[in-house]
Design a protein around this ligand. Structure first.
Ligand SMILES: [Zn+2]
Length: 250
């Protein structure tokens, strides 16, 4: 039922988009494109047709590629400022860095955890997927959602060594995976966060990090900020800390 309503709404949204042109995404409005940005790319669209953008910074030929993403849950928006702040025009060395500040633009617009189909995107990946309802609605089947497929394609193409996925509000760096223990230590140290084991309320099924860690060579990790991180933390401390933890230099 939810899906049927969402589909109808999607068609209306798509029709109005065709007439009026796509609304500028929040990400795109955040300041001009700085010289340090190598490339801005639309990597796909959300259920409602909003572009999902990725910014490439640093050295495209660096041996290490890193992807940092935020707002997979549309009600966890503060960490986007960390990624926006990295586009400050200062040169970045040592890594090829891709930033995806808003993975779930439809949810972000409504400050809603799920996408426009009412699916929790972090339960929709094709690994240990389980049919979950309620707060963790996992969709009708694995990778049923457009946003999930966009990110899977992007992560396969960029083939990062590290993926850092920002969430809120559990205040910690997930230290449960053996593949990510060294990265977890560095992120905890430089982002001033404790190391924790996140259990997803017993519903760790079909998450992005599970999929990436199982199917790809690199390591993906969840970083949870607190409820209300300060402006200074988001614009200065955390951007610097993130770069330091993944091998970027200014
Ligand atoms: Zn989250």
């Amino acid at each position: 039922m939810i899906r049927r309503i969402a589909t109808a709404t999607t068609l209306i949204a798509l029709a109005s988009t065709a007439l009026a042109g796509p609304a500028p995404a929040d990400d795109a409005r955040r300041g001009p494109v700085h010289p340090a940005v190598v490339k801005v790319k639309i990597i796909g669209k959300s259920v409602r047709g909003t572009p999902i953008r990725a910014w490439q910074l640093g050295n495209p030929n660096a041996r290490r590629t890193v992807v940092a993403m935020a707002a997979m849950h549309g009600d966890e928006l503060a960490p986007r400022r960390i990624l926006w702040s990295l586009r400050d025009g200062r040169k970045l060395r040592g890594i090829n860095l891709w930033l995806v500040p808003t993975v779930n633009p439809d949810g972000a617009r409504r400050h809603h955890r799920k996408n426009a189909h009412g699916v929790d995107l972090n339960r929709n990946y094709p690994v240990r997927w389980k049919n979950l309802d309620g707060a963790y609605e996992s969709g009708p089947h694995p990778r049923s959602e457009r946003e999930t497929r966009v990110m899977m394609r992007f992560l396969k193409r960029t083939n990062p060594r590290y993926v850092v996925s920002f969430h809120q509000p559990l205040h910690g760096v997930d230290s449960s995976g053996p593949k990510t223990s060294a990265l977890a230590r560095r992120l905890a140290k430089y982002l001033h966060l404790p190391r924790k084991s996140f259990t997803c309320g017993g519903h760790c099924h079909g998450t992005m990090t599970q999929w990436f860690n199982k199917r790809r060579r690199g390591a993906a990790i969840t970083v949870e900020l607190g409820t209300s991180p300060s402006k200074r933390y988001l614009t200065r401390v955390a951007p610097r800390g993130l770069l330091r933890a993944v091998g970027g230099r200014r």
